[in-house]
Design a binder for this molecule. Sequence first.
Ligand code: ZN
Length: 168
Amino acid sequence: MAKLEILKYPDQRLKLEAKQVTEFDADLEKTANDMLKTMYFRSGCGLAAIQVNIQKQIFTMDISVDGNEPYVIINPKIINQEGEQTCKEGCLSFPNLVIEVTRPKKLTIEYNNTKGELLTLKAEDFMAQCIHHEMEHLAGHVFIENLSNLRLQLALRKYNKVKDKKEA
Ligand code: ZN
């Protein structure tokens, strides 16, 4: 397994859109394992393939306290969403920046696992927030785009101050 380099905002490659995965082979398994390793190494709870310069519909996630409940989510599709929640969140592509974002409180997605099987996942609270954040990356968007213009300016000003500090 190899650690991958994470693209940092404002890298324009974060705006690329991920393509559907159609081959469920050993390469896909390797990509998923490399992404998990990279995510755990950076203490993130989610990582989208777009963030490591791979334009495929893949993200990894682990929201457990002990970091032992890995998910590899491929070709995710939201089939139901309910409610709203506003929470603080960070992003591995925005070192040291924390902002408040409003997202669905509950989400149900359909996705493929690395074998290509179709599965359903019902998520709420932090897991729903994390899935929504990662799916945004796969569509070529980043979390600060959820902010109003004024808040966006403030967040960018703060990001420019904190981004080069040593990562925790
Ligand atoms: Zn992110």
